[in-house]
Design a protein around this ligand. Structure first.
Ligand code: FAD
Length: 356
């Protein structure tokens, strides 16, 4: 989706490079099945590779029965048990949605999962949240021509990022046409059902009408109904599995990686942590101290300032100079603000991607 939107963005800007003005028309309805098919093929390829690597793949819901046993419930409801010396829990996370008590009508909203299910392009959307998922989806929809509103609690998007980046991305996101409702919370949603027009009310008294509301206000771990209580695996108040620096839970042979342990919710982090455990437990001697460091993990934000921003998420460095930032630039035009911010980082400009 990001590439599709990026394409639209470039076509819109092509006249700046002396192409005749292009008004791109994006066909969501034919694109969506092609995208789904691509994902399906990828998923199948992964499944095939499991087999090639000698990994057994079991399709069902897993629940710990004891510290060496997982019960698998198949889709038809039947069950069987698997035994293992070590167990690694990687059950991921799901998008958070406010309760109906907190925000009446909240369930009329969709989430990032619902975004990928949309068969038709919304004409208008309200996105609640200021994190990288909210920003990415707002950017995609806006670039594709959906009238896009963001409702954010603070004055800026990306509030865990460097203040200069917050300011710049917030300003540029507005400049590209996203209507950001700042210092606002959604207090009520009115409508009949998901997919029908809705009316969103904010605590500042604003009333926004749109086709969809999308909640992107954070993610919560999927750790309930997994039998963790049966074996006493400890979780924090939010339900994240508590692990030490070795990804070990309080139960000696049970480990946890990925979003369900609540740290650095990123795909490569989950993969890297999994590799380290595997190396350590089953690899040669020189891997016996292998573990993932969670310091200085870079993250990429897909935003429509013509950049992918890469940032250290070591929070101790947040107030330092921008020297911990790296940036890829895709365009020469209109980027003065970012260039000035990062002048120490760049050696050249140009229409192609440069990395410093
Ligand atoms: C819109 C969006 C954009 C994102 N963009 C990026 C990005 O650009 N870069 C990036 O690095 N990260 C990105 N992320 C985050 C990334 O998707 C997650 O960090 C990553 O998927 C976490 O991997 P995981 O294996 O821990 O969990 P998941 O990928 O969520 O996988 C967990 C799996 O376990 C299954 N499961 C759960 N419970 C059970 C059970 N009891 N038994 C059997 N199976 C179970 C779930 O169904 C799921 O298939 C994005 C996330 C979202 C929502």
């Amino acid at each position: 989706m990001w590439y599709a939107a990026d394409m639209a963005d470039r076509l819109k800007n092509a006249s700046g490079y002396n192409y005749q003005t292009i008004q791109p028309q994006f066909d969501w309805e034919t694109f969506k099945p092609r995208r789904d098919e691509y994902i399906r093929k990828l998923t199948e390829a992964y499944a095939r590779n499991f087999g090639k690597d000698g990994v057994e793949y079991h399709d069902g819901w897993g629940r710990l029965v004891d510290k060496n046993t997982v019960q698998v419930t198949r889709h038809d409801g039947s069950t069987y048990e698997l035994k293992a010396d070590y167990i690694c829990i990687a059950t991921g996370s799901r998008p958070a949605v406010p309760s109906e008590e907190a925000v009446p009508g909240a369930t009329l909203g969709i989430t990032s999962d619902g975004f990928f299910e949309l068969e038709k392009q919304p004409k208008s959307i309200v996105i609640a949240g200021a994190g990288y998922i909210a920003l990415e989806l707002a950017g995609v929809l806006n670039a594709l021509g959906t009238q896009t509103h963001m409702v954010i609690r603070g004055g800026n998007v990306l509030r865990t990022f460097d203040p200069m980046i917050q300011d710049t991305i917030t300003n540029w996101t507005e400049h590209t046409g996203v209507n950001i409702h700042k210092n606002s919370k959604i207090v009520k949603v009115e409508g009949t059902k998901v997919g029908e027009p809705i009316t969103v009310h904010t605590d500042k008294g604003e009333v926004i009408q749109a086709d969809y509301l999308l909640w992107a206000i954070g993610r919560e771990p999927v750790t309930e109904d997994c039998g963790l209580d049966k074996v006493g695996v400890k979780m924090d108040a939010k339900g994240n599995i508590i692990v030490d620096e070795w990804q070990a839970t309080n139960v000696p042979n049970i480990f946890s990686i990925g979003d369900c342990q609540g740290k650095a919710l990123l795909t490569p982090v989950a993969i890297a942590a999994g590799r380290r455990i595997s190396n350590r437990l089953f690899g040669p001697e020189h891997f016996k101290q292998d573990k993932l460091s969670y310091e200085n993990i870079p993250t990429v934000v897909f935003s429509y300032v013509g950049h992918l921003l890469m940032h250290s998420i070591d929070h101790s460095s947040l107030l330092q100079t921008p020297s911990n930032w790296h940036c890829w630039n895709d365009r020469t035009s209109s980027q003065g603000e970012i260039w000035r911010l990062h002048q120490n980082m760049y050696v050249s400009e140009g229409p192609s991607r440069h990395r410093v």
